[in-house]
Design a protein around this ligand. Structure first.
Ligand code: SF4
Length: 448
């Protein structure tokens, strides 16, 4: 946010009517300044102020959307240099490059790889996002048929790469409805392709031979009315690229330098022939501000660590990942199946449910709302304690689903067994489970 809470407050209606969900206009202004509320939540802001504040409060790095609808990818929109200042907002899009010079077999293999790469972790699906389609033959028909094939066979967001307006247009005509990113790899052709991007409401990516040239090009494009831009400093040496990435982010944030207020696109695939180095460079770019990272392929052993790194860096460090509190049925439980209760910290859930699932023993897994805290932390914070657990077990009606009265608690909370039985009026036997989730299959086998 560009404005402080007080500066925003001066422009608010000052009715203190609470309709925005907070008690005062000042509190709302503070939330706005922290990016935790949106101006539309106040129904009394005039249109004039809305425009003024929206512009002033827009993130210093523009959010650019590639694709349309639910499947669209947003890049940019960042407001901080470091993740500990505030969360990073939009994870970088990961792309694989396919060229019209490749053999049919190689193209098919890359499309297959793109469609197959999908990992589930903590309830999220991790997968690559884009296919960058490069014209190397300069043959419009050939390029168009490749673009059509990729559009028909994948759900990938598309980056079209060409310096030739006619070739770019041939590709764009096949996927205009997907709002692709048009990337111009040389300074030739920028003006014509910029016109194409403008006419078709598509984002445009441009490359400089250095930061100065990039700034000049982007400045000119902004003056010509282009808004959705993605920028490439042109560096293909990791040291230079890292420096450029940091300079671009810092200049955009600290000095509000408009030409650098856009997400960046980087090409580890053009920086080395060594696949491991390519993955390493991509990892550096995930950490240091890339908006899009283009790779030469998606081999599992290299893409998986990158997807996990991206997930880890782009989760909000101040907000634990949580599961919905409810009863989860694992392996089709029946009235005789064991009952386990634990917290709604997503990692706890996935570790426990994974082990139970692997054991093949039908089980009822009760997940209680502890605001995302893990078992011991939740217990010490008073959120996973006998009286609350007893109330929760009753509330979710687990007693109606089973004919027995036995509930398994996490092994680290053995000390609450007696108290929980008291709270459950001795109608339930409380069994202390193993300390490590990996011991659950054996444990369940013994008691089942
Ligand atoms: Fe103030 Fe608007 Fe919130 Fe009412 S809805 S308290 S006027 S900010």
């Amino acid at each position: 946010m560009g404005l402080s809470g007080i500066e925003i407050f001066k422009k608010l209606p000052k009715k203190n009517c609470k309709e925005c969900g907070v008690p005062t206009c000042l509190a709302f202004a503070m939330k706005l300044a922290q990016g935790k509320a949106e101006l539309v939540e106040c129904p009394y802001v005039s249109e004039e102020v809305m425009v003024e504040l929206s512009e002033a409060s827009a993130p210093p790095i523009r959010t650019v959307t590639i694709g349309v609808g639910e499947n669209a990818l947003k890049v940019g929109g960042e407001t901080v240099m470091f993740r500990h200042d505030k969360t990073f907002v939009n994870p970088p899009g990961i792309a694989v490059l396919i060229s019209d010079k490749m053999s049919e077999e190689e193209i098919n293999q890359k499309i297959k790889q793109f469609n197959q790469i999908k990992f589930e972790r903590v309830g999220l699906v991790l997968k690559p996002d884009l296919i960058a389609i490069k014209s190397e033959t300069q043959n419009g028909d050939k390029y168009a048929s490749l673009v059509r094939k990729i559009k028909d066979q994948t759900e990938a967001k598309i980056i079209l790469i060409s310096s030739q307006k006619e070739v770019m247009k041939a590709g764009l005509d096949c996927c205009q409805d997907k709002r692709p990113l048009l990337y111009v790899p040389t300074s030739n052709g920028v003006n014509e392709i910029a016109q194409l991007a403008k006419e078709n409401n598509c984002p445009l990516a441009v490359k400089g031979s250095n930061l100065e040239e990039l700034a000049e090009t982007v400045d000119r494009l902004i003056k010509e009315g282009l808004k959705d831009l993605v920028i490439d400093s042109g560096a293909r040496d990791i040291k230079q690229l890292l420096e450029d990435q940091i300079k671009i982010r810092r200049t955009a944030l600290k000095t509000k330098f408009k030409p650098f207020g856009f997400p960046t696109i980087t090409f580890p695939n053009e920086m080395t022939e060594d696949p491991m180095k390519e993955a390493l460079y991509a990892a550096v770019m995930i950490a240091k501000y890339a908006g899009i990272i283009v790779l030469s392929d998606l081999e599992v052993y290299r893409i998986f660590p990158l997807l996990v790194q991206r997930l880890n860096l782009y989760t909000d460090p101040q907000r634990p990942m949580v599961m919905e509190p409810k009863i989860y049925e694992i392996n089709e439980p029946n009235e005789k199946s064991p009952v386990i209760i634990t917290t709604n910290f997503s990692l706890t859930y996935f570790i426990v449910s994974g082990e139970v699932e692997g054991s093949k023993i039908p089980t009822w897994l009760c997940i209680m709302d502890t605001e995302g805290l893990s078992t011991l932390t939740a217990w010490s914070a008073g959120k996973f304690v006998p009286d609350l657990i007893a109330v929760y077990l009753k509330k979710i009606g687990i007693g109606d689903k089973v004919s027995h009265r036995k509930v398994i608690i996490p092994g680290y909370l053995a000390q609450i067994k007696g108290e929980l039985e008291d709270e459950l009026k001795n109608e339930w036997e409380v069994i202390v489970g193993p300390r490590e989730a990996s011991d659950l299959p054996n444990f369940l086998q013994k008691i089942a």
